[in-house]
Ligand binder design. Structure first.
Ligand SMILES: [Zn+2]
Length: 417
């Protein structure tokens, strides 16, 4: 055991229970011990001009462990999370093998704790091997502490299977079905959003309807079963409308949007740079504007990265052959700030809301609270060039962003900055 050091985060605008207050925050033994002006301390972090709030939460990351650790592993993924201001991430179960049973999930949790620089929260698959056919033992996995269930990467399309999942999840408080909504049959041979640009390039299309119609079907089952439903990476304005209506009629529905869908459109995809290739695809400027409005208005609850690492070699192939997905942890807060410029909404969409959806313990800046903290400088502009992730497949590389994470503190230890 080393000697406990006190850290003082000094002079920032701090998100307290009483709103934003310019003050110091003292941390010792993993918890916040004092919030007051002018605290003396050995190790000082100058946060003047910066926002200081609870560590961020990402509901949607792919850390590739087990199975494809050359792309990313729990250690490199955790470092990327810390560099992005995150102290908790929900790891999607499309690993190899899939996280559809107790032993794989226990191993991911164990590795997360061993690395120990962010909470690695496993999501469990909805169906065995993510085959869309046989439902996993939802109840046993729930007993293990799993709250987010998803076959992400693929939709659960079969209606009887979806109904069974929702009926069983409805009996498990705080459990949620997270759906990657996409009707596969409508996307065969597709590589980018279906519209004028895909037609002019002669590129196979991924139509918005593949997402919209899947969500429409799902929401009917939510109305029938009462199960909480989380719509992953909403990309189309039509989906947003369905979510708006569902929320208005009181259904237990939440939704996320990725930073790249808030920022880019299919106009960038015309370059055929494979760092613009992901599912769901970047859509039209109208879709993008609708997503930004939806996030501002609260129709969309949170920003989630869908951090999907691939190697340079894997992405250095023709657009049609490239794997889908882009990384996003290290640029998410900046991209969101660049689009929203609303600090309360930033901490809601990347903190409070995803934390609640994943049923994680609350984090606040209060005396006695666990010291999971991010220091965010809203005035610094920067251009991402390299990453802590093993991967670099990001459309934000070379793109000027506003605002930057300066420091991340996880359980009282500085993990970034
Ligand atoms: Zn997905």
């Amino acid at each position: 055991m080393g000697v406990e050091r006190m850290i003082v985060v000094a002079g920032g605008e701090v998100l307290t229970a009483n709103g934003w207050v310019t003050t110091d925050v003292a941390i010792e033994g993993g918890i916040i011990t004092e919030i007051a002006p002018d605290i003396r301390g050995a190790e000082r972090i100058d946060a003047s001009g910066c926002f200081v709030g609870p560590g961020l939460v990402d509901l949607h990351v792919h850390f590739r462990e087990p199975g494809q650790v050359w792309k990313e592993d729990i250690e490199s993924g955790s470092r990327a999370a810390s560099a992005g201001g995150f102290t908790a991430v929900v790891a999607m179960p499309n690993t190899e093998p899939a996280m559809d049973n107790e032993s794989v999930i226990a191993e991911v949790s164990r590795r997360g704790r061993e690395v120990g620089i962010a909470d690695i929260v496993p999501a469990a698959a909805l169906t065995i091997g993510r085959n869309g056919k046989e439902v996993v033992d939802l109840e046993s996995l729930y007993e293990l502490g799993i709250r987010v269930f998803s076959d992400d990467g693929d939709s659960v399309e079969d209606e009887a299977v979806t109904r069974e999942i929702m009926t069983r999840l409805a009996d498990l408080p705080e459990a949620v079905m997270a759906q990657h909504a996409e009707i596969k049959e409508m996307t065969v041979g597709g590589h980018m959003h279906g519209g004028g640009i895909s037609r002019s390039l002669g590129m196979g299309a991924l139509p918005s309807e593949a997402e919209v119609e899947q969500v429409r079907r799902d929401l009917e089952l939510v109305a029938a079963t009462g199960a909480p439903y989380h719509c992953q990476h909403v990309s189309a304005a039509g989906t947003l409308e369905l979510i708006r209506e569902a929320k208005q009629s009181g259904l237990p529905v939440t939704a996320e949007v990725t930073p790249h869908h808030l920022f880019f459109t299919d106009e960038q995809v015309a370059s055929l740079d494979t760092d613009y290739k992901m599912y769901p695809p970047l859509r039209t400027p109208e879709d993008r504007d609708a997503l930004v409005d939806g996030l501002t208005a609260g129709v969309i609850d949170c920003v989630a990265t869908d951090h999907a690492p691939h190697t340079v070699a894997e992405k250095s192939v023709p657009f049609e052959d490239a794997p889908r997905g882009v990384i996003g942890l290290e640029t998410a807060a900046s991209a969101t700030w660049s689009v929203l410029s609303d600090i309360d909404r930033l901490f809601e969409t990347l903190g409070t809301a995803p934390r609640k959806i994943a049923a994680l313990p609350e984090r606040t800046i209060a005396v006695g609270a666990t010291a999971d903290i991010v220091v965010f400088d809203p005035n610094q502009s920067w251009v991402p060039q390299q990453y802590h992730s093993k991967a670099s497949n990001s459309p934000f590389t070379g793109q000027e962003l506003k605002g930057r994470v300066l420091t991340t503190i996880y359980r009282g230890e500085v993990t970034y900055g």
